[in-house]
Design a protein around this ligand. Structure first.
Ligand code: NAD
Ligand code: WQD
Length: 332
């Protein structure tokens, strides 16, 4: 399949492009490089043996996107978005414009070009503070605690409505839990700008000696050791989930919603100790106040993805930490 991949040079997009190439598909990457570098394309080529076609473009630029789409595609996987939660609180209009406005512009181009299979990067954040664990796809979406989360809830609703108005469309809503790790080659991974906001990239920089210690946000949650629990998923497993969703649902009219996680929760201290094993050092930390907007625990019921997509994760927390650490050492 020839697949238009927006945001395909970013963290999850680049790993998915590798998985698409390895599965024999023909991904075409569109990225405005606002949070990625061009060299990612070369490194994808080193891993997969060939480089994808690349266009430096913004998804809000309807004219350019229209001329790219005119070359013909079987499907679109849409990763392009801004994703920094705290920045979204400071700059809400930037987030609504880029994420929601960008998605609407892209959908207009796809409708006009008759590209009818769409795979969307959604997030576990759409569940808000879940009242039951593990979360299943039929639970109602919740109340977001920040503009970034609202953009995901809004974009899911826009996609359900666009599918309703275009009943031949196949829309897959993939709700990622906490993607971490890197490609085992050490050639591609996450490149946060400035100080990382997310747990594993922060731990990686403490392990590397670039940051002094981890602040553990809250030690009094109702969890096994008092720290927050999340469902961490290796980015290569997540990438393979996209290929499974694409293969299963190309041309399959309807809205298909999946949790992509491991189905297993890990606490902040479990992640920290697993990372210590991976890097062979002790990682300094202190327990501080809870972070505003955090939930105590969140992990996925992945029964639907396993049974319908025939996909399940094969990499555990030790793999995630080992691959993150290899990537961290290469980027120093
Ligand atoms: P990323 O920032 O590494 O990748 C996003 C890519 O999109 C970047 O390469 C960026 O340059 C590009 N981009 C942004 N706005 C664009 C625009 N207007 N036009 C063209 N390109 C644009 O982020 P990621 O972690 O790979 O996330 C990919 C998707 O997955 C996003 O939609 C994100 O919201 C979603 N998601 C991420 C996580 C996570 O924890 N990383 C969790 C759930 C969902
Ligand atoms: C994980 C755990 C923290 C940093 C966020 C977004 C979400 C999604 C993924 C895209 C929590 C704790 C963290 C630190 C800590 N993105 N922590 N010290 O909050 O589950 O999800 O990223 O859709 O929308 O909200 O991930 O990695 O930030 O935190 O103790 O320095 O680690 O409290 O328990 P989160 P995270």
């Amino acid at each position: 399949m020839r697949v238009l991949v927006t945001g395909g040079s970013g963290f999850i997009g680049s790993h998915t492009v590798v998985s698409l190439l390895e599965a024999g598909h023909d991904p075409v990457v569109v990225d405005n490089l606002s949070n990625a570098s061009r060299s990612v394309l070369t490194r994808i080529g080193e891993i997969a043996g060939r480089q994808p076609e690349f266009h430096e473009a913004d998804i809000r630029d309807r004219d350019t996107m229209g001329s790219i789409a005119a070359s013909g595609f079987d499907a679109c996987i849409h990763f392009a978005a801004l994703k920094a939660v705290a920045e979204s609180v400071e700059e809400p209009m930037l987030y609504y414009d880029n994420n929601v406005g960008g998605t609407i512009a892209l959908l207009e181009v796809l409708v006009a070009s008759d590209i009818t299979t769409f795979v969307f990067s959604s997030s576990a954040t759409v569940y808000g503070d879940p009242n039951k664990l593990p979360v299943t796809e039929d639970m109602p979406t919740g109340v977001a605690t920040n503009p970034y989360g609202w953009t995901k809830i809004m974009m899911e609703q826009i996609l359900r409505d666009v599918q309703g108005a275009n009943p031949d469309w196949s829309v897959s809503l993939l709700r990622y839990f906490n993607p971490v790790g890197a490609h085992p080659s050490g050639l591609i991974g996450e490149e946060p700008r400035g100080t990382p906001n997310n747990l594993m990239p922060y731990v990686a920089k403490v392990a590397a000696g670039e940051l002094a210690r981890l602040s553990v946000f809250g030690g009094d949650y109702p969890t096994s050791d008092g720290t927050g629990v999340r469902d961490y998923i290796h980015v290569v497993d997540l990438a393979e989930g996209h290929v499974a969703a694409l293969n299963t649902h190309v041309g399959d009219a309807g809205v298909h919603t999946y949790n992509l996680g491991t189905g297993k929760g890990s606490s902040v201290l479990e992640v920290l100790h697993s990372y210590e094993n991976a890097c062979g050092k002790s990682i300094p930390y202190e327990v501080v106040e809870r972070r505003a907007g955090d939930v105590a625990a969140n992990w996925a019921d992945v029964t639907r993805a396993e049974s319908v997509l025939g996909w399940k994760t094969t990499r555990d927390l030790a793999d995630m930490c080992a691959d993150s650490w290899r990537w961290q050492q290469r980027t120093r």
